[in-house]
Design a protein around this ligand. Structure first.
Ligand code: CP
Length: 315
């Protein structure tokens, strides 16, 4: 199946075949990286700019490593010392970056829809690295890629996403991908963060943690997104943890084969205890590692590469 997109903006708009194509391309890159540690020359001569206007550790570094492994020149924009602090707009910033020779922009921004906005202004690929509470498509892709490595096909698999769903772009992207891959998704948390209308996304809404965990094959924890909450969503962090934090006692409700995921950053002792985050069932650092191959696949495909050229592009 060919890839006909220049941008990666959302997982909502991708077809099942497109998600599978990214996963297959990522698997080829991962195998190549594991076997040889070699770089692939798919983006030689291209300049990728990481335009991150919100904080990031994993996503920014993984995009940087992915682009470098594809032999692109990579520039990471330093928002704090940039002219955005003097009032320069996103549009002007991006147009200037394009004028300086950028061939692709990876954008993280607090405003939902900002990658779509840039994609309509600039003539180069725009990759969404997280836009407000809307979507974080490469996170959804790497999470489902990691689940498939452990479970095989996700068709009919039970996935629980636990925590602040309302303000989570990670939850939204995962829900779109998981629905297309055939998984049965349950979202769990306090009613303020997991409102009934979320069923319109095609998931089951539950406030019964024990019942939801009992048949889960995957449980994904999400942190509380304080930076997006404008009102008090629960009495205190301690009370949230007391009701919904994953600790040893609650993890015993899970099947022994269930895997534990978290997109990071983790607030240890709030949404998950350290012994579980670091325990045998945790695949949290595998998610981070898989982020490189998945982002290589996204950059490669959006730059016009074909899955079959992964082999040919190897140096
Ligand atoms: N998962 C994720 O987006 O982490 P960062 O905010 O560190 O990029």
């Amino acid at each position: 199946m060919p890839w006909n997109r220049r941008h990666l903006l959302t997982l909502e708009e991708l077809s099942l075949d497109e998600i599978r194509l990214i996963h297959a391309t990522a698997a080829a890159f991962k195998q190549d990286l594991r076997r040889e540690g070699r770089r692939v020359s798919a983006l030689v001569g291209k300049t990728v700019v990481n335009l991150f206007l919100e904080p990031s550790t994993r996503t920014r570094l993984a995009f940087e490593m992915a682009a470098k492994r594809l032999r692109a020149d990579v520039i990471s924009f330093d928002a704090a010392s940039s002219s955005t602090t003097k009032g320069e707009t996103l549009r002007d910033t991006a147009e200037n970056i394009r004028a300086l020779g950028a061939d692709m922009i990876v954008l993280r921004h607090a405003a939902a829809g900002s990658p779509l906005y840039l994609s309509r202004i600039l003539d180069i690929p725009i990759i969404n690295a997280g836009d407000g509470a809307h979507e974080h498509p490469t996170q959804g892709l790497l999470d489902t890629f990691t689940m498939q490595e452990h479970l095989g096909s996700l068709n009919g698999r039970k996935v629980v996403i636990l925590g602040d769903i309302l303000f989570s772009r990670v939850a939204r992207s995962n829900i779109h991908a998981l629905n297309k891959l055939g998984a049965a998704v349950t979202v769990v948390g306090p009613a303020t963060l997991v409102p009934p209308w979320l069923t319109t996304l095609g998931v089951t809404v539950s406030h019964d943690l024990r019942g939801a965990l009992a048949d889960a094959e995957v449980v994904m924890l999400l942190r509380i997104q304080h930076e997006r909450q404008t009102t008090t969503m629960f009495p205190s962090l301690g009370e949230y943890t007391g009701m919904f934090g994953l600790n040893r006692a609650r993890a015993s409700w899970l099947s022994p084969k269930a895997i534990i995921m978290h997109p990071g950053p983790i607030n240890r002792g709030v949404e998950i205890d350290s012994e579980l985050a670091d325990g045998a069932r945790s695949v949290i650092l595998e998610q981070v590692t898989n982020g490189i191959a998945v982002r290589m696949a996204v950059l490669h495909l959006c730059a016009g590469g074909r899955p079959e050229t992964v082999e040919a592009a190897r140096s």
